[in-house]
Ligand binder design. Structure first.
Ligand code: BES
Ligand code: MN
Ligand code: MN
Length: 456
């Protein structure tokens, strides 16, 4: 593949023009009124797969946002790699914190700034261009299938049924995904673990309506105070989650495994500096890498109630709410955690209030073995383009559908991500470096090559 780097350089401007068309479609999956954008993005993905060389591509209906399926079948006897990615993005709010509009991509200092620049439009699109290159230069050594969904950012609610309904069509040897990050631009890594998720919404109700805080304050439990006190009881002084049974299924890693993990280059000072943080925090007895990689966590994502407009209003609110999510580690089951959370949260509520606990979405974690052909092929691919062996790393993020792929389709996934933790995904000014974008397109073809060779 001697001409690969040159191909990328010569075509980079066109690649970006194409990618920017997709980024301009605000395919925010969580917004009810964005249906038309979801279809527009799906149609764009389908058309692009066809132009890039798929024999067949289609927009397929699901119970929710459509899935785009595409394929290039060279020969039924060859191995098949399925590319998974998502065309949906997170909401871009708050808009005023963006230096350039989120859906109007802009290149500054060698980085693309836009919602979806990395997660996952930019990363997914590297696969389209690697595929285009392989076909144009007649080097594709295997069959390729694409499954690009539109509900990843809302927990892929329709994809399990979709996979069950189309098992045959989705048959493959491995799933290849670029939707995670690398340790640093010069330290390639392969994500070998993802955390699961249980996302809850709670509501605490006290009096029937907002009260005058002078007439009632001191004599009536304030739901906002109560909610804060209840949240405070979810973790102890060691940042250990207090929900009974919460840790029952958490796998304790051996001393050797933890030592192995500690060898990955991680710079705590750089970690803090990157987010302007005074001091790190977390569960006692674990390192920062372990706290996100192998330990569960619990966070309030949002909390509201009472009066939040400018100026003062003296009330004692009737209701208070919060969104609380728990990141889970492999073997913890999101449905079981939901029940444990609900039971405990209800049990700590004072008699003065009523609480509602709702499960918004969730999914299971994932661990990928490193002794498979697919892992070895990915490792060799990185080694070819970076000159060093990639490090296996457990990420704190979640892609719940990955464990379902294993359960429903019986397929392992290889998480070959090229994002950087500094790319501000889900945040204002999300960005993706052109260097990472090019390196991804350069590395992917070698995965195809080595994976196919090793299958023989
Ligand atoms: N691509 C991310 C997950 C990710 C990013 C994993 C970086 C590892 C490194 C994905 O799009 C995502 O944001 N997932 C959600 C889960 C979903 C159920 C909302 C997450 O992790 O919050
Ligand atoms: Mn993603
Ligand atoms: Mn995401």
């Amino acid at each position: 593949m001697h001409d690969l780097k040159k191909y990328i350089e010569e075509n980079q401007d066109r690649f970006l023009e194409e990618l920017f068309e997709l980024i301009r479609i605000p395919s925010v999956s969580s917004k009810e009124d964005h249906k038309e954008h979801m279809y527009a993005a799906a149609k764009w993905v389908k058309e692009k797969l066809l132009t890039d060389g798929a024999d067949h591509a289609e927009v397929m209906e699901t119970e929710g946002h459509p899935v785009v399926y595409g394929e290039k079948i060279l020969d039924a006897s060859l191995p098949t790699v399925m590319i998974y990615g998502h065309y949906d993005v997170q909401p871009a709010e708050p808009f005023d914190l963006w230096k350039s509009p989120p859906f109007e991509p802009e290149v500054r200092d060698g980085k693309i700034y836009a919602r979806g620049a990395n997660d996952d439009k930019g990363q997914m699109f590297m696969h389209f261009k690697a595929f285009e290159y392989m076909l144009k230069t007649n080097q594709l050594p295997c069959n390729v299938k694409f499954m690009i969904e539109g509900e990843e950012e809302i927990g892929s609610p329709s994809l399990e049924n979709f996979c069950k309904a189309h098992k045959e069509k989705l048959s493959a040897d491995v799933i290849l995904v670029s939707d995670t990050s690398m340790l640093s631009p010069d330290t390639p890594s392969i994500t070998t673990g993802l955390r699961g998720l249980a996302y809850m919404e709670v509501e605490v109700t006290g009096p029937s309506h907002d009260l005058h805080s002078g007439l009632y304050g001191g004599a009536v439990d304030n739901p906002l105070n109560v909610l804060c006190e209840m949240i405070a009881q979810l973790r102890d002084e060691n940042n250990h989650i207090t929900i009974p049974g919460f840790y029952d299924d958490v796998e304790e890693l051996s001393k050797e495994e933890r030592e192995e993990m500690a060898r990955a280059p991680f710079n705590l000072e750089a970690f803090k500096k990157g987010i302007n943080l005074k001091k790190e925090a977390g569960e006692k007895g674990y390192s920062t890498m372990e706290r996100t990689g192998i330990r569960p966590s619990l966070d309030v994502n949002g909390i509201w109630g009472g009066y939040t407009e400018p100026g003062a209003k003296t009330i004692l609110p009737s209701k208070a709410s919060a969104k609380i999510s728990m990141r889970l580690v492999p073997h913890q089951e999101s449905k079981k955690i939901e029940q444990l959370f609900k039971k405990y949260f209800e049990s700590i509520a004072p008699e003065s209030v009523s609480v509602k606990v709702e499960f918004l979405h969730g999914g299971e974690g994932y661990v990928s073995p490193t002794d498979t052909i697919a892992y070895q092929a990915a490792s060799k691919a990185f080694e070819t383009t970076y000159g060093i062996k990639p490090i296996p790393v457990r990420s704190g993020g979640s892609i719940p559908i990955i464990s379902l792929f294993e359960k429903v389709l019986g397929l392992k996934s290889i998480l070959m991500g090229f994002g950087l933790d500094s790319d501000a995904i889900h945040s204002p000014n999300e960005n993706y470096s052109l260097e990472q974008f090019r390196k991804g397109i350069e590395t992917i073809p070698y995965f195809y090559k080595y994976f196919s060779e090793m299958q023989k």
